[in-house]
Design a protein around this ligand. Structure first.
Ligand SMILES: [Fe+2]
Ligand SMILES: [Fe+2]
Length: 248
């Protein structure tokens, strides 16, 4: 049994909401088919596949249904975490989603799932992407204070949720932890963040994140070892639609 991860499938079997930028990008051409074939070649039915947010462009369950059907048919046990584009998934609806898809898909948000001796803790996270505006050379040319206030609130809410998950895992006796975020743990101006400090405080071995699409965004945040934690970007186009092995 192995644990794999990938994020940002951005499926759109039942909606035309998929933006032109995705339709025209070579990295996304036929990506559903590429990913399905890679999963079939790499995963066994005993494996676990974590999909780290941004599953579908559908805005409600009805519009997402063919996308869920595609995910259901992938090999292994599927655990879905929440991304910023998952309009079908209000946090309060997590339990209802798990009841509706019982035995088929697991929706993990603000809690943890056990994987052997590991606890998998998941929440969407948040990074300040908009309060500052950069020129082409990465120099700050503007700052939106209102947006900064809003972003601070979202970061606070998400770190609160992550702390609750990590404490629940610790209270249940788990000492080994992998954290799944959708947003990168830091923005392009930060070296560390409340999320990296939480990962260190709870001794997480790995922090897995997605959301960064396109070559220009792949290095927005930490990759590799930082303060004893291993950070890995798993957005689908970055991985060329091959799920990455997280744990044996
Ligand atoms: Fe995305
Ligand atoms: Fe995203």
């Amino acid at each position: 049994m192995s644990l794999y991860a990938i994020g940002d499938l951005h499926l759109h079997y039942a909606t035309d909401r998929c933006p032109q930028s995705q339709r025209k990008d070579r990295a996304w051409r036929n990506h559903e088919e590429k990913f399905r074939k890679n999963c079939q070649a790499m995963l066994t039915p005993e494996d676990v596949l974590v999909l780290a947010g941004d599953h579908s462009w559908g805005k409600n369950l009805e519009e997402c249904e063919p996308d869920f059907q595609y995910i259901r048919e992938l090999p292994g046990r599927k655990i879905l975490t929440r991304g910023n584009h998952d309009m079908f998934w209000d946090v309060k609806k997590t339990q209802a989603l798990n009841e509706r898809f019982a035995g088929e898909l697991t929706f993990l948000q603000g809690g943890f799932a056990a994987y052997g001796e590991y606890a998998l803790a998941a929440t969407k996270g948040y990074t300040f992407e908009g309060p500052f505006y950069l020129d082409r050379r990465g120099r700050i040319v503007g700052w939106d204070e209102k947006e900064e206030e809003h972003a601070k609130k979202l970061v606070e809410r998400e770190t609160g949720r992550l702390r609750v998950s990590l404490e629940a895992a610790r209270d249940a006796g788990f000492r080994k932890i992998v954290i799944f975020l959708h947003y990168p743990p830091t923005n392009i101006l930060e070296e560390e963040s409340v999320f990296t400090r939480l990962a260190e405080e709870f001794g997480a071995e790995q922090v897995i994140y997605a959301h960064s699409h396109g070559e220009s965004r792949f290095h927005d945040s930490i990759q590799g070892e930082f303060h004893g934690v291993n950070y890995r970007l798993v957005s689908g186009d970055f991985l060329k639609w091959k799920p990455v092995k997280i744990l044996d």
